[in-house]
Design a protein around this ligand. Sequence first.
Ligand code: SF4
Length: 329
Amino acid sequence: MTANTAARLLQHYVDNFRPLPWRSPPGAPPPHPYRVWLSEVMLQQTTVAAVTPRFARFVTRWPSIEELAAADESAILSEWAGLGYYARARNLIACAREVARRGGFPMTAAELRRLPGIGAYTSAAIATIAFGERVAAVDTNVERVIARLHGVKNRSRREIERLTLAMTPAERPGDFVQALMDLGATVCRPKAPRCSACPVAPYCAAFGSGKPEAFPERKPCAARPHRHGIAWWIERGGSVWLVRRPAVGLLGGMAALPGPEWTDEAPLANPIVTVRHVFTHFSLDLAIILRGEPAGEGWWQPIAGLADAGLPTLYRRAAERVLDVRRAA
Ligand code: SF4
């Protein structure tokens, strides 16, 4: 099945190519590794639809990794606002500076993996898409497609990588991995796979079983802990008092409303609004409370210019809710 499956997948990719701004058309010279790397880091937590305009803004502002490496850290963190998980943004900056110092990206997955914030998947994706190395880049879409094609319910990531690599052709391995990614995103979907539109259905063990969505087996989700926090709304003359969070930790280095550390206990407080936000490892109720005097080191941000403050989603939503309540009062 391997050669036929690979050929069909590649043809399907050619016929249904999605012209995303970080991609090159099938068969064309590969995209610059800067664009592949940046898009992969952005896509780790956000959808293609959400990333597409943000990617365009990023590369317009910093067209090369050298320009990104030379940029002010707070400007990059502000531009990252809303893309989630700020440890990634800080790793992005560290990686850009290391690549600029070296004079360019290394060309193999093994060397790429030594750069800050680049794990097994991202290093393989850059190596195969930008440099044509024949390696297996297994994200959740690829894992699902391979598991279904081989009828694998419960195998380790290493085994899935081995099966992926066995199918990967020596020619155009980057197009092949993108063909797998696209099939997983658009046809071999988690809940309702479109097997009738799938070019490799004749070779697919999961399709043959009659229950393709049963592959691979889903792991039970662990319960997400819940936490509580307070943030103060301190307003004076059309401005609100903002602070910068500590460099290390969740939302590190980002602009924020001031407030004490989050706890497991609900506060005894009378908030203007409470905002619920779901992080990767816990959910949070953030109570916004009026306060008169500034708290901590910070600055007065004009409310009319709040959009330029680089607030992460949690605090941006909190500010929007406060302003909504005031408008309705
Ligand atoms: Fe996925 Fe169905 Fe195609 Fe198999 S036939 S790869 S289950 S879409």
